[in-house]
Design a binder for this molecule. Structure first.
Ligand SMILES: [Mn+2]
Length: 424
């Protein structure tokens, strides 16, 4: 289903007066309101194709109905999000869950919806029907050369699919590792994985990037062969200039200082992309900003500071994607909330008085440094993010619109209650 322009205008007209009152007080506080608004309008966050259906756990899965059953329907859902928030102009495909059967048709649909194809994602963490060799004991790290070759060939095939779609990056997340002490020779596993990544790397087109994503644990519970940012950085450095580390917020051990990791990776010119989510315990895949919005703000502060120090374009020079799962919420509402949380944290980071902060740091004014950060964090910037949406042609209140128009009910009517989106 598509959203009509007139529907958005009616929705916005009804909320406009209240919105303007709220925005007016911010206008006096922010000297560079238009500059910040333009940055917010430019900032786009990719939606992964696997996040549009209900997520499950190993215990069960509860579908909410109206899930997209095909790649086209997934793209339509992302188009729907983008027409409401104007910040979701990209979709990230997972191969083989979303192999396009007709590339020209898929590209033309993307064009109609105003979407581009973000990083493509390979999958060697599960066996596919008809696959000849199993990844039970890993893929690129496997002791059997034939399994490694199968995994390498798959990644090269994903790059080929991505080229056809107009993607410019591949994200490699490996579930490789071991569950028990003694199971794996760490050094040999690292070496075999590096050799596999090197083969994949040579298949990258000139303008492509490879993102090496790390994860501390799960599905392996004793060791992960790309377990933390240090290991990922080792691979990225050995691979070359087109290889980067990808930070997924949920892939750390508890209490890791992710903001410091981000700062150092940026300094090393090796931060490539970001997967947003939130968590209380581990890789919980919860809505961005639902548990610890202050941490998200602190991460954005380092992102903005580090990117500005290198004259990077906030919107274009790193890969931004949501990587979350929705077990009990409507996936589309959850994604709208996640995008809103990202935009708010980004806006708050833009608001920080960088000169005053640098002076406080240089003079060891610890209390003042905290005051400066919290001044920005505690400013309610929701009207500013709403104004960016309004100027870009979106909805003042995307979730209210989603509910008023009964969008989920319409999707259930179109698609039924038993459709199941491919994914986890
Ligand atoms: Mn991820």
């Amino acid at each position: 289903m598509r959203i009509e322009k007139k529907q958005l205008e009616d929705h916005n007209d009804a909320l406009l007066n209240r919105h303007q009152v709220k925005l007016a007080s911010l206008k006096n506080q922010l000297p560079d309101l238009d500059g910040i608004l333009q940055k917010l309008i430019d900032f786009q966050i990719a939606i992964p194709s696997w996040a549009l259906g209900s997520g499950g756990t190993r215990f069960g899965r509860f579908s909410g109905g109206g899930e997209p059953g095909t790649l086209e329907e997934k793209m339509e859902d992302v188009g729907l999000l983008h027409s409401l928030n104007r910040s979701s102009a990209a979709i990230s495909l997972h191969i083989p869950w979303d192999i396009p059967s007709d590339i020209a048709k898929i590209k033309s649909l993307a064009h109609t919806l105003g979407l581009r194809f973000d990083a493509v994602n390979s999958n060697t963490f599960q066996d596919q029907p008809g696959q000849s060799l199993s990844y039970k004991f890993g893929s690129l790290q496997h002791t059997d050369k034939a399994v490694r070759k199968q995994a390498i060939d798959h990644n090269i095939e994903v790059i080929r699919q991505g080229i056809a779609l107009g993607s410019e990056s591949i994200t490699v997340w490996l579930a490789d590792g071991s569950c028990f002490p003694g199971q794996l020779n760490f050094r040999k596993a690292f070496q075999r994985t590096l050799e596999g990544l090197q083969e994949i790397y040579t298949a990258l087109p000139e303008n492509w990037k490879m993102f090496v994503e790390y994860k501390a644990f799960e599905p392996n519970f004793y060791s992960m062969t790309v377990g933390d940012w240090g290991q990922s950085l080792l691979y990225a450095n050995k691979l070359g200039d087109k290889a980067f580390t990808l930070v997924d917020l949920g892939h750390h051990l508890p209490n890791a200082n992710i903001q410091q990791i981000v700062a150092l990776l940026l300094y090393e010119k090796k931060l490539g992309g970001f997967h947003f989510n939130d968590s209380k315990y581990g890789d919980d895949d919860l809505t961005v900003g639902s548990i610890d919005p202050y941490q998200l703000f602190l991460i954005f502060l380092e992102l903005v500071e580090g990117m500005d120090a290198r004259n990077m374009n906030h919107a274009k020079d790193l890969g931004w994607m949501i990587d979350a799962s929705h077990n009990v919420k409507d996936p589309l509402e959850d994604l709208l909330q996640s995008v809103e949380a990202i935009m708010l944290s980004y806006a708050q980071a833009l608001l920080v008085d960088k000169k005053a902060l640098a002076a406080a740091q240089d003079n060891n004014e610890v209390s003042m440094a905290q005051e400066i950060l919290q001044d920005a964090f505690r400013t309610d910037l929701r009207p500013l993010v709403a104004e960016a949406r309004l100027r870009a042609g979106g909805a003042l209140s995307p979730i209210a619109f989603f509910r008023e128009k009964g969008i989920r009910q319409q999707l259930i009517k179109e698609r039924g209650t038993n459709r199941k989106a491919t994914g986890l």
